[in-house]
Design a protein around this ligand. Structure first.
Ligand code: SF4
Length: 138
């Protein structure tokens, strides 16, 4: 996973934020899972047991918002598409996000964990669940 975490500053020095030293993915047997579209759940599961998940997700979001760099792969339990949606790059918060939330609900994930994974508030997750329930009742 070294390649993922290598950032080079203006004079060519490799720079890594301190939290990366505790990253679970560094010791992952198959680091490619973080970049394989067919292994997203596997990668997200690894992120769930990572002590630096919040720092990692915030880092990837900041790279997108501040630097305009779309890091590929799963970072902090989120895919690039989810991060783009979260910051409104190329997507609006729309039916795609609701569908992803309901997919994770269907997997039995808790509201707080879903909120963390798709970078929304728990309240947003509750609203989406309530909307889906109302649709089913109609
Ligand atoms: S949250 Fe996931 S991608 Fe980020 S450091 Fe931890 S295991 Fe790696």
């Amino acid at each position: 996973m070294d390649g993922l975490f290598e950032l080079v500053d203006a004079i060519g020095t490799v720079v890594r934020p301190d939290w990366m030293a505790d990253a679970v993915c560094v010791d992952e047997a198959d680091p490619d899972i973080f970049f394989d579209q067919w292994k997203v759940i596997e990668a997200k599961t690894a992120c769930l047991r990572c002590p630096v998940q919040d720092s990692c997700r915030t880092y990837a979001l900041n790279r997108l918002i501040v630097d305009g760099v779309a890091e590929e792969g799963v970072w902090g339990g989120t895919t690039l598409e989810e991060r783009k949606r979260a910051v409104g790059v190329g997507h609006s918060r729309n039916a795609d996000l609701d569908a992803e939330i309901m997919r994770l609900v269907g997997m039995g994930m808790s509201e707080s964990k879903i909120a963390s994974v798709v970078a929304v508030s728990s309240r947003q997750v509750q609203r989406v669940k309530a909307k889906a329930k109302a649709r089913l009742a109609a």
